[in-house]
Ligand binder design. Structure first.
Ligand SMILES: C[S@@+](CC[C@H](N)C(=O)[O-])C[C@H]1O[C@@H](n2cnc3c(N)ncnc32)[C@H](O)[C@@H]1O
Length: 245
């Protein structure tokens, strides 16, 4: 879909060969899509058409390998939209696995291990993610960041996959997103959170610190002491540079 009626800027490839990490567009850093464009369709097709090093930030909320198929409720604005989140090892996955074995040995080991420990469905899911995550790294600027939303089903395998693509040193944070306060799971602790893996392409990444004021209620509750410089609380010193900080 084209956004805002803006003309499509040279979008060359929609049919692609089975290649990993298409470098045919070079390292141009020239963006070849309009700001605020929304595309529908398989993102691998779209990614293949984007120039290398042209994207500042990627946030992914992909399928989680939940072993469920989703459909929007009839009558809702999204009625008709559906996506499958069940995975079986197909001929195409086997072909991808062959290419990955040749060109991305660490990634291949991760996929093989997932197949052995979790099963072929997980391997197929990760193979789908792997080829797209590789392409995403190509389109990311050197100053760019990627945030990958995961749940506990595949999150730990996705961490290994991302390490194999970006290098472990490029991992910045695991952000824990608490989705709900409590669950009445019969046994065990409630599964109440998702995780977001944050990676950067290089150490020279763009970072915009976000500042939000505390609410008055929080300040009154947490900062119960006052002196001439204002409210304060006693706390542990754990800043980096301090012992165990
Ligand atoms: C976990 S849902 C994300 C839902 C969305 N963030 C929201 O809050 O409504 C995963 C989404 O990925 C989409 N999807 C699955 N495979 C895809 C692909 N190859 N290319 C693009 N989108 C895909 C599915 O259609 C689904 O909408």
């Amino acid at each position: 879909m084209r956004g805002n009626g803006t003309p499509w800027l040279s979008f060359p490839v929609l049919l692609w060969r089975l290649t990993l990490w298409d470098t045919s567009h070079g390292i141009s850093a020239m963006t070849n899509f309009a700001d605020r464009t929304i595309w529908t369709g398989d993102n691998l097709d779209i990614l293949r058409g984007l120039n290398s090093a042209s994207v500042d930030l990627i946030y992914l909320d992909p399928p989680f390998n939940s072993n469920r198929n989703y459909a929007a409720p009839v009558g809702s604005a999204a009625a008709g939209a559906a996506f499958k989140d069940t995975w079986t090892l197909s001929d195409l996955d086997v072909a991808w696995m062959g290419l990955i074995a040749d060109e991305q040995p660490a990634m291949y080991q991760v996929l093989q291990t997932a197949g052995l420990t979790h099963g072929k469905g997980m391997q197929s899911y990760l193979c789908m993610m792997a080829v797209r995550l590789l392409e995403m790294r190509r389109v990311l600027k050197d100053t760019g960041s990627v945030y990958l939303h995961c749940d506990p089903t595949a999150g730990h395998y996705l961490k290994l996959l991302m390490d194999s693509i970006y290098g472990q040193a490029s991992f910045r944070n695991e952000i824990v997103w608490k989705r709900t306060a409590g669950r009445s799971d019969a046994k065990g602790f409630g599964r109440v959170h998702d995780t977001i893996l944050f990676y950067c392409k290089t150490d020279n990444f763009t970072w915009n610190t976000q500042w939000l004021p505390h609410s008055e209620e929080y300040v009154n509750r947490a900062y119960r002491h006052r002196d001439e410089r204002g409210p304060w609380q006693p706390d542990q010193l754990t800043a980096s540079g301090l012992r165990s900080g």
